[in-house]
Ligand binder design. Structure first.
Ligand SMILES: [Zn+2]
Length: 269
């Protein structure tokens, strides 16, 4: 059974704001030099990883799954490793990097020593390479969330799906020297052809257990309540990109210390 899906059909419109439009224009122009960066981006910091070659390592094809991973237990069935602690939860943060909200959330995570998984969009990394690097530098894990966030990804032709995955992988890697091993589809939309393509790219398809619909800005209280309903083993979804994420940020300021106080341990995928 698939997890609860976000009905994120208007996500693409949200993402095609001024920054998204500029990035899309740049994409159409053939991915030229990044646009002007923020002051934050201009200071990569002393511990910034040195970006490697622009092409990420080729990953061996993975087994094609019938459904995406959406719990920690499901993740461990696919990715071998030590068992997660019984009280573990994973926080995943989608649609960035964003020059305003990503640094705020990074500071919050650092304050509570929480590791998360950031699902980056390639054309949002474009122009915000320094922000993307700061996510990797802080020790968080990165996932591939496509190049342009098409919510109808399963309906695209296979070569277009492959291009969305590969361009994002290239952009994330060239900015951060981190080669994602996970793939999250926009809006949690999947198809058998997509699953096959994700596997051929060597990536693990990942969804979520708990979706507070924070991108719809339902109010901080609503986001907080839904995230506080998390149980051990869950994968939590929220967003740092795609618009004004002040509600998400405010909710996380409550949710993270509350879940820690409950005895939960945050892990990255
Ligand atoms: Zn998304």
């Amino acid at each position: 059974m698939l997890p609860r899906m976000s009905s994120a059909h208007s996500r693409r419109r949200l993402l095609l704001g001024a920054a998204g439009l500029a990035a899309t224009t740049a994409f159409l122009a053939g991915d030229p030099q990044p646009a002007a960066t923020t002051a934050h981006d201009a200071r990569p910091g002393p511990k910034a990883p040195t970006p490697g070659p622009s092409r990420p390592p080729t990953l061996p094809p993975a087994a094609t799954l019938s459904k995406p991973v959406f719990t920690l237990a499901g993740y461990r069935e696919i990715v071998p490793g030590p068992a997660y602690a019984a009280d573990a939860v994973a926080l995943t943060i989608d649609d960035g990097p964003h020059p305003v909200w990503t640094p705020k959330i990074l500071n919050l995570l650092e304050r509570y020593h929480v590791q998360a998984t950031f699902c980056l969009i390639g054309n949002q990394v474009l122009g915000h390479e320094g922000t993307a690097r700061s996510v990797a530098r802080a020790g968080h894990h990165l996932a591939n969330h496509t190049y342009s966030h098409p919510t109808s990804l399963p309906k695209l032709a296979v070569p277009a799906i492959r291009k969305e995955i590969e361009r994002a992988q290239d952009k994330i890697y060239s900015a951060t020297a981190y080669a994602p091993r996970l793939f999250r589809s926009p809006g949690g939309s999947w198809s058998a052809a997509m699953m096959k393509q994700v596997a051929q790219s060597g990536l693990i398809p990942v969804d979520w257990t708990d979706d507070p619909n924070d991108w719809k800005r339902p109010g901080t209280a609503s986001i907080t309540k839904k995230l506080l309903a998390a149980r051990p083993g869950d994968i939590l979804l929220c967003h740092d990109g795609g618009g004004d994420r002040s509600q998400t940020y405010a909710a996380l300021q409550t949710v993270i210390p509350a879940l820690i106080a409950r005895g939960y341990t945050f892990v990255s995928l």
